[in-house]
Design a protein around this ligand. Structure first.
Ligand code: DON
Length: 594
């Protein structure tokens, strides 16, 4: 590895061989790109953001990394008071719902993977949104059976699934919380009620989403009242009231009573499907986390209805057959190997992954070492297999298939890796009248029509077709890695389909290439998701590499950075954290009292 001698910002510029202007241009393009990159033009506001993270954070008392420095500070406060990582995660989640409205939420859902030091066991909770009772397989198809063009699965009332966030956080508190629930909502309520400073980045995001956030008056009055200059603090009074109700009444404050009624009425009046019955019957589910070994490490990650864990394990199983360091980081050979590996994994995802309560996901076969070996035997470096020649599951043995991430580690040994989302940036664009709740558009994560890719270009099949009460397939990949019963690292990312490939590379960068957190964050990420048959690389591709990859046969595309890795490492009794510059407000810190 080349030795790093410069600060993060400088290293970025030299590592990417970019002059500052081009870098800022690329970064601005990406940061302001709506999550539905396939359908919406990219905004080209050029702005010099100064990422909150200046250097690797180090602490002996725990570590927090989130996509907004205010949420990180709230987490530090909770840990300083003697709360544990679970308490901090609940407070962070509610705070992100206020200060990061593009993804943080109480109107969405997610997954949390945890390590509890008392029981020395790992846990995972699924608080993914569910399809409402009245949802049906063909609800987004028109009379002729073709996928409707009105974007009903991505925008407006019909795009929302029944939210799971409050139920998930409540469950985590019931099981592991040590501080009173009300105390964990105090800061979020305060920031909603009294406002917080809009950062230059957030200001540009709000400006870039003017159209989406202006369609419904309720949304516009909250998020666009200061358009085009968001210089005033953002105050969300209705959200503060909703959070107060949740603070007093707990989970029922959201799923029963006044708030539930408002959601149901609003849905009914505007063509949405979520009813009071749906809300009252929503349950978060504790699921066995997926576990596997990679080299000498123990991986703990999320199982279905997220596809993330299955495919991280599958890809690491394939890659374990290689000495990656000898190939050279981001060399054409290394990228060739990663791309081929990703193609097989994403092909399987399209067919075999869905809600395990509805579909028997062949987790064992997909994550078996023999299957991985069969795939690696068919990868020949220096050449490729066309995506059209890769079929899901082709090497399974017959006998036996805007989102935000945060990580928290406390001094006691508890670890939380959490990814939750509204799906697209600002979800469905709908704020439920009088509640301040921004609703998700998670229904788009179902395969709404056979052969039609969703907003992330992902294809799906029967396993992920819409059904009442079903959870849409996710790519969210909150992951914890342990070594000799101690935390080694915890990581995760937003980025839709690209989450899985980003998490994979964040693990490989640290484990196989021995990078520190800054180097691992600055390393360029590649992505291939089988269909479309395109190899993506962030920022730019230099000419030599381009020629080598094209010679192998890859169709190349330079993309905006769409992921944002939040990793914590633990080495020699110290925690290290780094907030990914790709979302400049991201921040890791461990200023925690003894
Ligand atoms: O669950 C999923 O995989 C998607 N709803 C995640 C969306 C996402 O990451 C958008 N973020 N940039």
């Amino acid at each position: 590895m080349e030795k790093r001698t410069t600060s993060g910002q400088k290293m970025l510029l030299t590592k990417l061989h970019l002059n500052k202007k081009i870098f800022i241009l690329a970064l601005s393009f990406s940061l302001l790109s709506p999550a539905y990159v396939y359908t919406t033009p990219i905004y080209s506001i050029i702005k010099d953001y100064s990422p909150a993270q200046k250097e690797i954070a180090k602490s002996k008392n725990g570590m927090i990394t989130t996509q907004h420095f205010i949420a990180t500070e709230v987490g530090e406060k909770i840990l300083s008071k003697g709360g544990n990582a679970f308490d901090a995660s609940i407070a962070i989640s509610f705070t992100l719902a206020v200060v990061l409205p593009r993804a943080g939420n109480i109107g969405g859902g997610g997954f949390m993977v945890m390590y509890d030091i008392d029981s020395q066991k790992s846990y995972s909770i699924d608080y993914r949104e569910k399809a409402p009772k009245l949802a049906s397989r063909d609800m987004y198809l028109d009379k002729n059976g073709s996928f409707n063009k009105q974007k009903l699965s991505t925008f407006g009332y019909l795009s929302s699934g029944v939210p799971g966030t409050v139920a998930g956080l409540w469950e985590v508190h019931q099981k592991f919380g040590s501080l009173p629930w009300e105390e964990l909502l105090e800061d979020a309520i305060n920031y909603a009620e009294n406002g917080f400073k809009v950062t230059p980045f957030m200001s540009d995001v709000l400006r870039a989403y003017n159209k989406k956030l202006s369609f419904y008056d309720e949304t516009k009055n909250i998020f666009q009242k200061d358009y085009p200059d968001f210089k005033k603090d953002l105050i969300q009074k209705d959200l503060a009231n909703t959070l107060k109700i949740i603070s007093i009444e707990g989970k029922d404050g959201f799923y029963k009573g006044e708030i539930a009624k408002k959601i149901a009425i609003s849905m009914e009046e505007n063509g949405g499907l979520i009813s009071q019955y749906d809300l009252e019957n929503y349950k978060a589910v504790w699921r066995e986390p997926l576990k596997s070994k990679y080299r000498n490490l123990e991986l703990i990650t999320m199982g279905p209805p997220s596809s993330g864990g299955v495919h991280i394990i599958q890809m690491l199983n394939i890659l374990e057959n290689y000495d990656l360091q000898s190939l050279g980081h981001n060399s054409s050979k290394y990228i060739n190997l990663l791309a081929e590996t990703m193609k097989y994994a994403y092909a399987d995802r399209s067919k075999y992954l869905g809600d395990p309560d509805f579909y028997n996901v062949p987790i064992k076969s997909l994550t078996s070492e023999s299957y991985a070996k069969n795939i690696s035997n068919n990868i020949e470096l220096g050449s490729l297999v066309e995506s059209s020649d890769i079929n899901p599951g082709m090497y399974i043995d017959n006998e036996s298939h805007e989102t935000t991430h945060f990580s928290v580690a406390d001094k006691y040994g508890n670890v939380v890796s959490s990814t939750y989302t509204l799906n697209s940036t600002f979800g469905s664009g709908v704020v439920i009248e009088g509640t301040g709740i921004l609703m998700n558009n998670e229904m788009d994560d179902f395969s709404a029509a056979p052969g039609i890719p969703n907003q992330f270009g992902l294809l799906g099949a029967k396993a992920n077709e819409i059904a009442p009460y079903k959870r849409p397939l996710s790519s969210m990949t909150p992951t914890i890695i342990m070594k000799d019963n101690e935390l080694f690292l915890t990581t995760g990312s937003p980025g839709g389909a690209r989450i899985i490939s980003a998490v994979l590379q964040s693990i490989l960068n640290i484990v196989d290439f021995e990078m520190d957190l800054e180097e691992a964050t600055f390393a360029k990420r590649i992505h291939h998701q089988w269909q479309p048959d395109v190899l993506e690389m962030e920022f730019f591709i230099d000419d030599n590499l381009k020629n080598e990859l094209q010679e192998i046969g890859y169709k190349l595309k330079v993309t905006n950075p769409l992921t944002c890795i939040q990793t914590i490492m633990y080495r020699n009794n110290s925690f290290y954290g780094y907030g990914d510059f790709r979302r400049p407000d991201a921040f890791a810190s461990g200023e925690i009292n003894d």
